[in-house]
Every structure is written in C-alpha cells, then in structure tokens.
Design a protein around this ligand. Sequence first.
Ligand SMILES: Nc1ncnc2c1ncn2[C@@H]1O[C@H](COP(=O)(O)OP(=O)(O)OP(=O)(O)O)[C@@H](O)[C@H]1O
Length: 255
Amino acid sequence: MTTATTTPAPNETTGTAASARDLTRTYGRGDGAVHALRGVDLDIRQGRFTAIMGPSGSGKSTLMHCLAGLDAATSGSITVAGRDLAGMDDTALTLFRRQHIGFVFQAFNLLPMLTAGQNILLPLELAGRRVDRGRYEHVVGILGIADRLGHLPSELSGGQQQRVAIARALVTQPDIVFADEPTGNLDSEASAEVLGHLRRSVRELGMTVVMVTHELDAAAYADDVVVIHDGAISAHLTDPGQDELVAALRRKVVA
Ligand SMILES: Nc1ncnc2c1ncn2[C@@H]1O[C@H](COP(=O)(O)OP(=O)(O)OP(=O)(O)O)[C@@H](O)[C@H]1O
C-alpha cells in the first residue's frame, strides 16, 4: 500500500518466481465436490512481497498449498523457480521444497528443545548443507534476533519466535517463501514488527515472499495483493491504497 512502500525495492526485477495456469483444485466428487480453485492464472513476481487475501473459504490456503507443492492440482500447471511441479513425484517434490521453498507458519513450529540458533540452522543440517556464516549472520541481523540465539523458544516472546521461524526459512536461500497467516498468533505490536522484518528481508536480501492473510494491516506491508473470491482471482493489485483494497475485497469476480 502506498503509505507502507514508498521506496521501490532495490532488487526489484520483472522475473516470475512462481506461476499458475488454469489451476483447479476440486475436493471430493459428484454432488459433494468442492471447487476450491476454479481456473486460476497467476504470476508471483520475484523480489516482491505479495499478500493473498479473500474471505474465509475463498481458496487462499488451497492456492498457497498448491503453489508450494504441498497439495496437488486437479488440473492446470504450476511453475516454481522455473520447474513444473506437475511432473514431480512425492520424493522429487520433497527435495524440491527443501532446496527452493521456505515456509513460515502461524504457529511458528519451532522445536522446543533446540535453541533459536539451532532451530535456524536445522534445515541446513537436515539437508547436509554447509552453513554460510555470512548469510546466517546477515539474516539474524535483519531479523533483529542476534542477541536471542542461545535462548530456547519458551524463553522468547511470540514475535521473537516468529522472527526465528522466518530466519529459519531464509537461511537456506530459498527462491520463494510462503507465509501462512504469519501474524495470526501475535498482538498488533508484534505483528507490525514481524511484518516489518519480512519486508526488510524482501528489500535487503532480495527474497520473494508470499503471505496469506486476513488482515488489512498486514497486507499494507505488501507490494502486491492478490484478491481471491470463490476460488478465482478477482484482483491483482500493485501497491494498492487502503480504499482500493477494501473495494477489491468487497467486489466479487465479474465472470
Ligand atoms: N481437504 C479438504 N477437503 C474438502 N474441502 C476442503 C478441503 N480443504 C479445503 N476445502 C474447502 O475448499 C474451500 C477453500 O478452502 P481454503 O482453506 O483454501 O480457504 P481459505 O480462503 O484459506 O479459508 P480460511 O480463510 O477460512 O482459512 C473451502 O470451501 C473449504 O471448505
């Protein structure tokens, strides 16, 4: 939104980090079938912070899960980091996610017996990848958690735990980070902090972040906002003002 993004991203490119073409996802069959996605065409731009918004049940999570290779499309195609997900079996998808995608969840999902620093490094260890100390220190600096790394999650506030979870998602240098209601468990002050740090990671690390959110305040941090109604995209806005966004959320798809 205009107030939140007056400076263009230095890393801004016209590349596409992820795209969907005529994407459908139907749950169940026959009379009971639920058409969660009905022919979605979408390009997620590289080096941008994109929010996905829409009413409850509109298909936000389904869209994100399909783009992230966590749920299979019923038809249509999905390309992430230049690779077609449809051609991959479960093993290939798991490896692809580990190498190319970062995840941030509403519930943080940190391991309670590991320190913040150990939680951040865990994905690299699991993948048998070398730790790039420069990257690690840069990421924890941007997330503002350099002095919290020796603490257990239980010794951190909710906002700090989510910042650790974001650092864990960023340290592997993924092509795209998916954040599912990342501020859903946080009060407004902690939410603002977390969103500010997410935006910094886009600006200063060149990350591509896609966030599902219900909150207008959260979408205000995004560069692009995708609005979904009844399983179809009704608007894809660049830097929308609050009024434009509210109008788009009220409006349904004009078929
Ligand atoms: N596993 C499933 N089986 C059957 N129906 C499902 C399943 N998952 C989602 N749905 C249905 O698909 C539609 C889209 O759901 P989805 O969770 O993507 O919406 P959403 O916009 O993320 O909702 P919310 O904001 O409430 O989380 C809904 O009608 C939902 O009930």
